[in-house]
Design a protein around this ligand. Structure first.
Ligand SMILES: Cc1cc2nc3c(=O)[nH]c(=O)nc-3n(C[C@H](O)[C@H](O)[C@H](O)COP(=O)(O)OP(=O)(O)OC[C@H]3O[C@@H](n4cnc5c(N)ncnc54)[C@H](O)[C@@H]3O)c2cc1C
Length: 216
């Protein structure tokens, strides 16, 4: 398993915060759900706010007890890395210049650099899980590749707050635009707004300026 970033960086990059029931079940079934069950916070409902009113959707009542679990992506990553290393598996962090060769043959190879040395892995197969900007996707021959994409005319603007959750359950609100009040953990909340690209840039600039002013 090759990873271009350091272990610390991988384990501290904040991204998604909520797991759906299917993922919770999968983590438990595969033996990596212990910490999630202890530290995660199950939520049994969500609130939709529109037209000036809140509407609670009782998820568990409507779905035979299913719920969502607040357990952030970086915590899941920590558990998966720990499980992999505890099982004697290898993860090489901080690799550089990863390149795939003979990707469409029965013996594909990966060349990469680590600690200023060049290595070559001869593989039976390669699982390319290196994200949207990784090297695997463009290495799949064009004729064998099928892509499905949809670009929306808006972006997300998220604010992570080191504060107690604003509400016991997540709030999805619509007023002119969409906004979400979410929770990362028992101590940390976040808000996300949808914004058209121009507004998104304005919001980012204002927040940056606000931060610079309060620092001064
Ligand atoms: C702020 C934020 C909030 C989000 N919230 C949600 C949410 O609420 N719900 C949701 O479903 N999704 C959410 N997402 C999206 C979610 O995080 C991604 O969809 C998900 O991480 C994609 O997983 P992946 O394994 O495909 O790629 P990644 O998680 O990006 O993993 C790819 C890994 O490959 C490594 N890598 C890249 N190139 C190479 C290379 N050449 N060689 C070796 N390693 C390489 C990268 O360093 C990375 O660690 C959010 C994302 C962000 C940024």
């Amino acid at each position: 398993m090759l990873e271009s970033r350091s272990r610390v960086e991988v384990e501290t990059t904040l991204r998604a915060g909520v797991l759906e029931q299917g993922t919770v079940d999968l983590l438990v079934e595969t033996g990596v759900g212990e910490r999630m069950l202890l530290e995660g916070a199950p939520h049994h409902g969500i609130e939709f706010r529109f037209g000036g009113r809140g509407h609670r959707i009782p998820l568990s009542e409507l779905t035979d007890g299913r719920a969502i679990m607040l357990y952030a992506q970086d915590e899941v990553i920590k558990d998966l890395i720990h499980a992999r290393l505890a099982a004697g598996g290898t993860i090489v962090f901080d690799v550089r210049n990863v390149a795939l060769h003979d990707f469409d043959s029965a013996k594909p190879r990966i060349r990469f650099e680590h600690d200023e040395r060049v290595y070559e892995l001869r593989c039976d197969f390669i699982a390319g899980c290196d994200g949207y900007h990784g090297v695997c996707r463009p290495s799949v021959p064009l004729a064998a590749r099928q892509e499905f994409a949809r670009a929306y005319p808006f972006g997300w603007f998220g604010i992570l707050v080191n504060a107690l959750p604003y509400s016991p359950e997540l709030i999805y609100a619509y007023h002119e635009r969409f906004s979400l009040v979410s929770t990362r953990s028992r101590k940390c909340s976040d808000c996300t707004f949808s914004a058209i690209r121009k507004t998104h840039r304005q919001l980012a600039r204002r927040t940056h300026l606000g931060r610079a002013r309060s620092a001064a």
